[in-house]
Every structure is written in C-alpha cells, then in structure tokens.
Design a binder for this molecule. Structure first.
Ligand code: MRU
Length: 364
C-alpha cells in the first residue's frame, strides 16, 4: 500500500538481509529493522516487531532461508535446519500460518541433497509465499467488496459503518490486509464508508496500527475503546463487522485477537453481519470442534499492567495497575462458527462450516 505517496510492503529481502517494518514503533515512527539471522527472525516474531498471522508466516519462511545460509557454517547442517524450524515454530503458538510456512520450507529443503540447492530452494519458497500472500489478500478484497457495495446501495450511498478489531490490515500481511482489503477496495471505488477501529487492549493494535494504516490511505475512521462496539450496534451505528483470524478450524470456528468473541456476540444480538476475512493458509484443516488442543497464546502480563505511548523522547511505558495486582494476558479467543455470518477467502465467500470451506477448497 502507499505511505506518503510511496509504495511500501511490510517485508523484503535485500542482499540476504531481511527488512521489516518495526511495528513496535508505529504510529509514532516508521522504522525499518534488519533481521540478519534466523534467531533475529524468531525474536521479531516472538516480540511482535512483526505480527499478524500472514506476516508471521512469511517472516518465518524468510527465517528458514536465513537458517539454510547459516547451516553452511555448521558441521551438522541438517540438524541446524531442523533446530531453526523448531525455534521459529515456538515463537508464537496461535497463528497456524507459522507452522504452515515452516513446514513448506522443510518439505522443499528436504528434497534437495546439496546445501547450495537447499539454500536456493528455500529462497524461492520464501519469495513465492511473500508474492502469493499479497495476491491472495488482494483477492479477499475482490470477494469482500460486494458485501460492502450491497450495504452502500441499500443505504443510498450514505456512509457504510464498518467495525473492525485488532489489526488485520496490510501491516499484518505483506500488502492489502485481510479484513481491510475489502475496505480499501470499496473506498478506492468511491464507496462512502467509515471504520470504527477497536483500540484492542492490551497491545492496542487497532489504535496504533489500523488507525495509522487507514489514516495513510485517507479512510475516515474513529478509534473507540474496546467496550464501545456493543452500544454503537444498539444505536444502529454499525452496518457490518469484519475481522481477521489467526486460525480457523475446518468447521469454521474462528480464533482471533482477544475481544473478537464479544463483538461477534453483540453483532448477533443486534442482527449485524459479522464477517471473518482469511487466506486459506489460516485454515487449520486438522482441527474440527475439539478446542482442547487449540493453542491460545498467553503473553507476558506486563502487557496488561503497563501501557505505552509516544512522547517527544520516543515510546515510553508507564505502569497502569497497582503493583500488588495480578494481571492475565490471554491473547486470543474463539468465536464459534454460529456467530460468523460468512468467511471471506481468496476463493470467494462461504458459510463458516466444514461444508462451506470444502466447497471452496475441495482439493485440500
Ligand atoms: O497478536 P497479533 O497482533 O499478531 O494478532 C493479530 C490478529 O489477531 C489478526 O486479526 C490476525 O492475525 C489476522 S491478520 C490478517
């Protein structure tokens, strides 16, 4: 997408150094950070310099490429590569795109005998996954656009009010975003719209990242505290909700940023469509209805007890809660498929169910 007139993606390779937008610094500073080793790629994922399911996957794919280069300095290159895969997979547990990308790399690498061929193939896989992610996200927008268009027509061109949670924008992917792709494409076609941006405590991906993205594209938006959405829905000020996901079961249950479930409940109660946009790389084909095996990330409780913001001296963190109070930081929740109006994928819009997904992705 364009930032101040210049085209920008979230990740690129330059002379075997991975460059990523450092999302910790946004919205106060657009800072690019270099990742030179697989260990640095794993840290960037774990500490959320990069985040969002699709971008986590693409970063891990490039991390595997860096690992194959590093393996040439090891006496046991095969073991080195397997250890790197384990390191990357352990960086964040919930986004299924992470293991999806690393497993594709392992499969391609294992088919080559010479290390130079392993290096070449893993570079090709990483570049392919990056390119495909941008294309797939664009297609999600193509399929999601008519949903917004229909509401716009029904409202005779009055602004379509869209509520989104967290950041499922281009910063979470390579380009376009998932939930934001239909929004960008609708806006670019001249549809009158406005986005309610959930701040998304505790890390405030909505307030910091989605608001920044939408602002750079000139899209009218308003940041709201997480608890505001329900009232806005009761007041008739939300026409549709659209969010992303980190893992969707093959039966259509949606794991996404903590707080998504509450928005889906409120949307159901108020008869408001609740859409989930996702690339097929986010579908967990092994998981049906048994949530006990579903990895929900628990992050450091300091993300809850502290809050950060920009000052003239850069980003600072201040304590929010009493020192004596415990804090719990569960990063994702599960929205049952019955609360999801439809899934918006690169192949089209479908029911959030096993049949719906099968009809679109028969081959898998
Ligand atoms: O913890 P995060 O910021 O990585 O969580 C991101 C989300 O929950 C997104 O909605 C999801 O990854 C989809 S991104 C296109």
């Amino acid at each position: 997408m364009k930032v101040d007139g210049k085209s920008l993606e979230t990740i690129w390779l330059q002379e075997d150094v991975l460059h990523v937008i450092d999302q910790r610094a946004l919205p106060h500073e657009l800072s690019i950070v270099q990742l030179k080793t697989v260990e640095e790629a794993a840290i960037a994922i774990k500490e959320m310099w990069v985040r969002g399911a699709p971008l986590i996957g693409v970063t891990a794919a490039f991390g595997m490429y860096l690992a194959t280069i590093e393996a040439s300095h090891s006496n046991t290159p095969e073991t080195y590569i397997l250890q790197a895969a384990r390191l990357l997979k352990a960086a964040r547990p919930t986004a299924v795109n992470l293991e999806w990308a690393v497993d594709q790399q392992l499969e391609a690498i294992s088919k080559k005998d010479d290390l130079s061929d392993k290096i070449a193939v893993s570079k090709a896989v990483a570049l392919r996954l990056k390119k495909e992610d941008a294309e797939v996200c664009k297609q999600i927008g193509v399929h999601g656009l008519p949903l917004i268009e229909a509401i716009s027509k029904a409202k005779n061109g009055k602004p379509v009010n869209i509520l989104t949670h967290c950041n499922a924008g281009w910063l979470a992917c390579v380009d376009w975003g998932t939930a934001t792709s239909p929004i960008y494409q609708a806006f670019d076609q001249g549809i009158n719209l406005h986005v309610w941006v959930d701040e998304t405590r505790p890390r405030n991906q909505g307030a910091r990242l989605t608001a920044w993205e939408l602002g750079k594209h000139g899209i009218p938006h308003t940041v709201i505290a997480d608890n505001t959405g329900g009232l806005l829905m009761q007041q008739g000020r939300v026409d549709l909700c659209i969010v992303g996901t980190d893992r969707t079961t093959r039966t259509g249950h949606v794991v996404n940023k903590i707080g998504t479930y509450l928005k889906a409940l409120a949307a159901k109660d108020n008869n408001i469509p609740f859409y989930v946009a996702l690339p097929s790389s986010t579908i967990d084909w092994d998981l049906a209805d048994d949530f006990s095996t579903l990895p929900i990330e628990e992050r450091n409780s300091e993300e809850v007890s502290y809050i950060s913001g920009g000052t003239q001296n850069g980003t600072v963190q201040v304590r929010l809660t009493p020192k004596e109070s415990n804090a719990l930081n569960l990063a994702f929740d599960i929205t049952p498929s019955r609360l999801v109006t439809a899934l918006v994928t690169e192949r089209g819009v479908c029911e959030a169910s096993e049949i719906g997904l099968k009809l679109l992705f028969e081959k898998k």
